[in-house]
Design a protein around this ligand. Sequence first.
Ligand code: NAD
Length: 256
Amino acid sequence: TLKGRRAIVTGSNSGIGLGIARELAKAGAEVVLNSFTDSAEDHALAEDLSAETGSAVRYIKADLSKCEEARALVEAAGGCDILVNNAGIQHVAKVEEFPTAKWDAIIAINLSSAFHTTAMALPVMKERGWGRVINVSSAHGLTASPFKSAYIAAKHGLVGLTKTVALEVAGQGITANAICPGYVLTPLVEAQIPDQMKAHGMDRETVIREVMLDRQPSKEFATVEEIGGTAVFLCSDAARQITGTTLSVDGGWTAL
Ligand code: NAD
């Protein structure tokens, strides 16, 4: 059980972040949800998750493209035993046509924010002699595809940051690992299915198999529950000696 542990999950008002937050809350952790918006729905989401799981859940706004806001998030949470760096965005374009502003935003949100939150969280973890840093990288943190230069550079960078942090805190009850999902069925991915069906003139099953899961040998999406379960496992005692590594949840993508 994660009772008495406080978790911050960045970028968690939807998709994988929300899935991880839900599994951590179900396991007993107090959870801080985050995104860059500050709407009534964001706070209602926290209330609903709290009612559903019986754990305390709060929502704290922080735009993680800004280093001060990333650092302020950890401060506002008032402590952090489990830090899940999950916020991420994507942009697809050739290197020579890749907008500089998009490059900068992706590096800031997908990589630098994890540096800032980790720098703020480690002193608290060291003081308590226990901590878990979980970075949500990607199969694209280990392999590449064309036209996703910023995302792939950031996700590879996040794996490097993970390894370095693990070495710096080894033997202090703190682990740092990266989860590398393949294609996960989030609302964002679900929304692409109709467009892909139209573009390729295929039915739902075929477009999922042949186009979207082309590189995922299982031919099945991973689910947000499965990514959340992996995060809970990394917080367990069984995972005490798992540190500085990557856990692929990709249906065999990186074995190809
Ligand atoms: P998503 O768009 O549903 O979630 C992204 C989250 O990040 C959202 O909560 C969003 O509000 C938040 N976010 C975006 N910009 C932010 C900012 N400036 N400040 C704070 N929060 C911000 O997408 P998802 O699929 O759930 O992706 C979550 C993570 O998982 C990302 O890092 C993504 O790269 C990674 N990932 C996703 C897949 C997949 O197939 N869906 C595969 C591998 C890795």
